[in-house]
Design a protein around this ligand. Structure first.
Ligand code: CU
Length: 139
């Protein structure tokens, strides 16, 4: 390939917007994610542990290409669900190491927590595996 053609191709590559069709990973029927603790309505200290529960699927670190697995994502005080056909962003707490609990420190007051599972590429499954929203009060 001559240099000019290479430069042209490189330019095309850089300037062509990526319209990536993201394939979502199927979730099995009956899969459910839930918050083990705290309980809905519980009052907790400023620093507390959130335990993640999952049934019908397995936890695997991000990047793991294995059917019926995913990693947890925690939404804290989210007003809306993440976009379902894109990798979840940095505004969401990712547990890409396959963690099943975390320690949170929040301001005093009322907060909501919700879990959503993401696949190897941080994209919600199809159908999405999402927990109930729980409401807690931080002392
Ligand atoms: Cu993720």
């Amino acid at each position: 390939m001559n240099k000019r053609l290479f430069s042209l191709l490189l330019l095309l590559l850089i300037t062509t917007p990526v319209v990536a069709e993201i394939a979502r990973t199927p979730s099995p029927e009956g899969a459910a994610v839930y918050i083990i603790s705290p309980a809905d309505g519980e009052t907790v200290p400023a620093t507390f542990t959130v335990r993640f529960g999952l049934k019908g699927m397995g936890v695997a670190p991000a990047g793991t290409d294995k059917a019926n697995t995913g990693h947890h994502h925690l939404l804290v005080d989210s007003k809306a669900m993440p976009v379902l056909d894109q990798p979840m962003g940095g505004d969401i707490k990712h547990f890409g190491g396959g963690q099943t609990e975390t320690e949170l420190t929040l301001e005093p007051g009322v907060h909501t927590l919700q879990l959503i599972l993401g696949d190897k590429a941080h994209v919600p499954h199809d159908p999405p595996v999402v927990s109930e929203v729980i409401t807690i009060t931080v002392r």
